[in-house]
Every structure is written in structure tokens, then in C-alpha cells.
Write a new protein. Sequence first.
Length: 529
Amino acid sequence: MGPRQVRAEPTRNETPRDVATEERRSLGFRLDPRSETPLYQQLFDTVVERARSGAFPSGFRLPPTRNLATELGTHRNTVVRAYAELEHAGFVSSTVGRGTFIRPQASAAPIARAAEPTAAIPWSSLVSERARAEPFERFRRIGRQVARGEFVNLTRMQPSPDLIPDDLFRRCLDHVLKSHGPRAMGYAPDEGVPRLRERIAEDLVRQGVPARTEDVLITTGSQQALDVIARALVDPGDTILAQESTYPGALRIFAAAGARVESVIADREGPSMAALSGIGSRGRVKAFYLQTNHCNPTGTCVSEARRRELVRFSREVGVPLVEDDYAADLELEGGHPPPSLRALDGDVLYTGTYSKKLIPALRVGFVLCPAAMREHLVALKHTTDLGTSMLLQHALAEFLERGLMVPHLGRMRAAYRSRRDALVGSLEKHLPKSVQFDVPVRGVTLWLRLPKEVAPEAVFEEARRRGVLVSPGALYGVDGTSVGVRVTFCFEDEARLVEGGKRLGQAIDTVLAKKKLKPSAEGTVVGML
Ligand code: PMP
């Protein structure tokens, strides 16, 4: 901070009359001692607002600090601090012996009127085929429906605000700002900030995933990790294999890369190896995208035996495995998932994220990448966004270095466990018997398998009418269908989850009842016989 001086005393240049007028003038300021905003900040904000609106024109003289403090019933230091901050920020200037004056404000930009589009650009024929690919259309139809009003939200896949360790994180960020200052505010190194890469490698080893610092490439969310992998591997028309119901964000990435996605059917242990035979006849297969530990949406965990078979398959046919471990560390019953594909094979591209277990807004994810692909992934990552926020990378590294992650995970897992139990209890009570589900042991989602006659989108609509948001299977099926509904239990508290489960049960009952009453083509009532 530069030298700052605030002189608010009447000076020898002022006549006693000026001072008297000044003293009588009330600016109508009010401070709210109960507000969380500090008093000096309230005063600062008020002056700024008035300077900007023109209520305090350029050259306007603020009252001396002592007078204003008396008027506001506050300590003079509060006013001195506000004036000092105002001067530092360039809103006022103080001249020793004369007072504190509003400085000229930058003139407001002229009001810009939006130009009307002319019909000259044929936008619809210009939009690329990839941007119009089916997964995007599906996303617009279902994923982007804006829900207005009060809903129990069983679609959001992020920690609720009360589970975000904002206070701890603020301290880490403050420390980075103090200790690194502007050095943490430039572009980050392409592969990521070295200290964070080291910490992530350590964090992975703690979870049983072998990782060396040089294997870790930091990305802007794991979404970007998937994006650069797709860009690095796919030429238009190439095939990517995926579990039959999978993460729609990955489906859109593959569509944007021009890939054809082929669904691999699964049994209880994971992707069916029989379905993978004869893979060479299906065009150029570039990767198999998998979520091994808790598939979003179905919750399937690939068995250890199947993991080993998948690794064997990958080596035999020369198709790399992409392992998306987005729910890592979200074990709800203790224990560990089977060894990761990456632990079984160093050629696996393994992606991870701090969004689900810590703070989504960090946008910090990573990919563990085989040496042969590193250069390509780094170049593509750099091209896409010129680097992930250096400031946030340092702050996350600080969080990990302080050992805050493990206790945080303890709190978060306990909360998720309790929320899961509340939702499961409610679903067990209110769902018709024909709807089945497994109780998840990790992750934050639960998959409801619906009877064939119940369309997931009908459940989605009816639940929404009853104030509950759920995600219908159509979002996830590689082929556009999937007979289930996904619900999350990370975002709402126990009471709301219980209520959500109840209303969802009622919604499914309604859909079933409508189905039974639907007249057949001949006008008879089907399903009632
Ligand atoms: N993978 C899966 C399975 C996901 O569900 C998500 C987000 N919901 C991501 C990756 C990407 O998350 P992020 O970019 O926040 O790391």
C-alpha cells in the first residue's frame, strides 16, 4: 500500500463559517451494526455508490472524519479507514489541510443499443454438424429445461453450500495472495503448477492409484481432460466405445470431436467381454471410455476380474482405456473399490476431479497420461484455454499441503451417508415394488430401474409437476434410451430428500395409473383386465 493520508480536520484555509456549515450538514448516511459487512466497508460502499450516481459530484467535499463519526455514532477510526480505502481506490483525494474531495468519475459509457440481426447470415446452415449432433439436441430437450419455482432438486451433482469448506479455503487463498502475490496471478505452466502436480500425485497414491508427478497434467475440470483426450485421439468418423448408459457430458465431447460412439452392453460385473469380441470390424476404434467405480448414472462398479479382462482386451486390440474416476474418495461405507485400471496398466488414461469431493468452482481436474501422449495433450490443453487458473491451483495445493483434505472427506462422507440413508428410507417406503434400486456404497447418485411400461420421461414430467427434479434415462443412454431415472443425494438435506422420495413415489404411481387407464385403439381399457 502506498502512503495514504487522510486529513479531516478543519484547516487554517477554511473559514469558521465553512466549518460550521460542514458540521451542520447531514449526509443521511446510516450504518448497520448488525450487518456482516464491516462498518468502514458500508461507508466506503455508500460513498462509491453516490459518487458513481452523481449524487456526490466531482469536487464534492466529504465531512471531516470527526464530524462524520459523530453523525454516524461510530468510532472516528472507522471513518478514517473508509476514507483511506476510498483514496487508495481512487474515488477521493485528500489534500493535507483542505479535506477529502470526490474525484472525477470515469464517464459512463454511452448506452449501447443492440443492433438488430439482419437476415443476411444464414446461421442455421452455417452451424456445424457436430454442434447439431444428437447428444446436443438431447441436452437441449431435457438437460436444459429451466425449472422455475421451489423444487426438491435431485439432479444436482455437487456438494450443497453447507458442505463446501469455504472458510478453510479462504485461508488458503489468503495465504497464497500474501505469500505469492502477483506471482500467483500470471498464466500457469502448461502442465499445471508443479507443487499441485506433486500433491495430486501424492493424493492419488493415498487412494491406491500409482502416479508420478510427471504423469499428472492439470486440466480445467476433468471435463477438459476428456475433451483433450478426445481431440488428441479422434478423427471424424472414428469410434469410441462407452458403457451403454454413461455420462452425457462425455457423449457431447465425443460428438463434438466427430466420433461415433458405440455402446457396449453390460452385466452385473461391468462391460460384457462377449460384446467386445470382433471389435476390429467396427471401424477405427480409438478408445473405450469407462467409469469403473461408480458409473454415472447406473452406479455399476466394474469387478476386479472384469477390470483385468478389460486391460487384456485393451492390449490385445491396441485400444486405450479412458478411466473416469470422478467419484474417487467418495466411499460411503469405508473400504476401497477394486484396483483402478490405471493401477493395472500404465497406458490407461485416468481422469479425476476435485469438483465432487471439494469445490466445483475450482475447476481443477487432471489426467494421468502415458508418456507417449503427454506432448499432444499438453499442446491441446494449452490451445483450449491457455492454462487452468494459477491462483486456484496454488490455493488447492495449499489446501492439500495443510492436510485439510482427509478431515474434509471425513465430514463430507458422513453427510453423504446420512443423506443417502434418508433418501433410501423414503424411496423404500414410497416407491412401488416394481421399481428397483441398489443402495450405493460410493458416489452421490442412485439409479432407479423402472418397469418397462413406465417411460422415464413421463416420470421426469410428473415428478416436476409435483416439485421434484430428477434426471431421466434418455440423457444417459448412448443410443438415446435407458429405462431408469437418476437421483442425487448430495445437494439437498435429509428432510428435503425424504420429501423428494415421497413425491417421486407418488409421481411414479400416477404414471403407472395413467398407463393402466390408457384406452387401446379399440377403445377398451388395457391393463385393467
Ligand atoms: N465425469 C463425470 C462422470 C461427471 O459426472 C462429471 C461432472 N458431473 C465430470 C466428469 C466433469 O466434472 P468436472 O469438469 O467438474 O471435473
